[in-house]
Design a protein around this ligand. Sequence first.
Ligand code: ADP
Ligand code: MG
Length: 623
Amino acid sequence: RSNAEKFEFQAEVSRLMDILINSLYSNKDIFLRELISNASDALDKIRFLSLTDKDVLGEGDDTKLEIQIKLDKENKILSIRDRGVGMTKEDLIKNLGTIAKSGTSAFVEKMQTGGDLNLIGQFGVGFYSVYLVADYVEVISKHNDDKQYVWESKADGAFAISEDTYNEPIGRGTEIRLHLREEAGEYLEESKLKELVKKYSEFINFPIYLWATKEVDVEVPAEEDDSSDDEEKPAESTEEEKEDEEADKDEDEEKPKTKTIKETTQEWERLNDVKAIWLRSPKEVTEEEYTKFYHSLAKDFGDEKPMAWSHFNAEGDVEFKAVLFVPPKAPADLYESYYNSNKSNLKLYVRRVFISDEFDELLPKYLMFLLGLVDSDTLPLNVSREMLQQHNSLKTIKKKLIRKALDMIRKLAEEDPDEIHGQDKKEVEESKENDEKRGQYAKFWNEFGKSVKLGIIEDAANRNRLAKLLRFETTTSEGKLTSLDQYISRMKSGQKDIFYITGSSKEQLEKSPFLERLKKKNLEVIFFTDPVDEYLMQYLMDYEDKKFQNVSKEGLKLGKDSKDKEVKESFKELTKWWKETLATENVDDVKISNRLADTPCVVVTSKYGWSANMERIMQSQTL
Ligand code: ADP
Ligand code: MG
């Protein structure tokens, strides 16, 4: 085209496209879901803009917020168009080629190490999946602020942009034309497209139409000799039909002779017609539907089910509906970015209108691993985002969401605790390696346990609720995870405190001399081996009126022993000598210990000082 301007793809984008074009990946279907998802995003954007400025919607067909799919079998073109926000010339250049998103190189890397192409949408590069099925793609787009432009590329490292002076005006929005490859012919079958929309795009909240072939009955004048070649008529008529025929004959006098023939025409057929899942009653929604809904939210279309979900309707001063999911796995960078970002995975809707998926005021940081959606009738629609962020109801929504989230996790813990199937030690060891054999809560703990601990540290109001969710191993738990409630239920008579020890691993701690007497006395001690545990225990002072005692610190009380005083007295000279010999810059004090059985002596830290483990952690952080 004479008016085309040429551009080169940014290098990473180019690499990505090469990978896609040469991919042997069998599930090429995913391109359709990515295009529909982009169309839906664009429609969300224009609808959001229209809240404060009605005029952006235009008039006539432009006001219809919908997605249309059309096939051109002859030319092997599949097109998907939306009446969304559209793209300006600048948008086309930036969004479709010259600016690489952070996900681009991450995705390229994943692909090179055998990652799943199915996750392309998660990396923010879903558009390029069109090159799984097409060798030439045109994107025609019209934004309110610009003229109609065409973006086109044969994925040969370059793309072209031209002002569109040859196609019909499409009105506001975007039309994507895929010139399908020879081997992608199946995407010209209506049945295939219907199947794909059902399968992947069922939760799109805009109508999706297909320009579909329809067989219709048409009345045409009957000719004299038509009976001989009328294939539509069954050889033998049923009784009813005979009666109908009789009736017809009666009318024959007045009416001209007609017959019905089948003709094919084309019309828009709606492919999705599901009420938004969160508006339905939780009783009506099946497990499979929740799973599929989760997949669409997570942009992860694997077979893994979410670990748990909670779907509820909050009533009262602040009304909202919400669905929360615990994903089957934590993303690799969940805790890496913990202190610099607060990327929420909740979508906010106000009265069915999508507002934002970057609304961080809905959940505290430690729950940012949850996925889901909130739709509120109480929040105002026609205000800016900034106003919305300060709205009073948000605090109430947040509070209720936390409660529901913690309830959901508690239920998971109750319904599917860490029951290791198998009793002898070998089986226990084996099942520790094999998550499948363990209860869901063990899996949850593995993936998200740290979040519960961060919650205890950060959320004083829910500290006790969160402490109930805490799991750990102990000197007597034999590899199973146990809870504080279980620990308390096993406490020995006369035991007042909850004992714990911190260190870098269970194996190291098991050998600790600090445990000798406690073991002899059959007192259970909690192992805390995660660096965050040291911080955790600075916030978790007590639980159900029981104090926590670090057994490696000074002042350990194992219950009263009548001989304590006598023993102390008889060794007074020795301890005095030790203290003088070691000098005060090395030790604060030398005492008779009640925690040792075989080891002659041990160095303990003072009650309010850092534990040796904490020293170790602090050292590793400053190095
Ligand atoms: P993502 O959707 O995650 O942002 P994509 O690769 O699917 O990543 O799309 C890239 C960008 O191209 C989108 O963010 C959007 O700005 C733009 N885009 C793609 N399709 C459309 C469309 N149908 N209408 C408007 N903009 C679109
Ligand atoms: Mg996308």
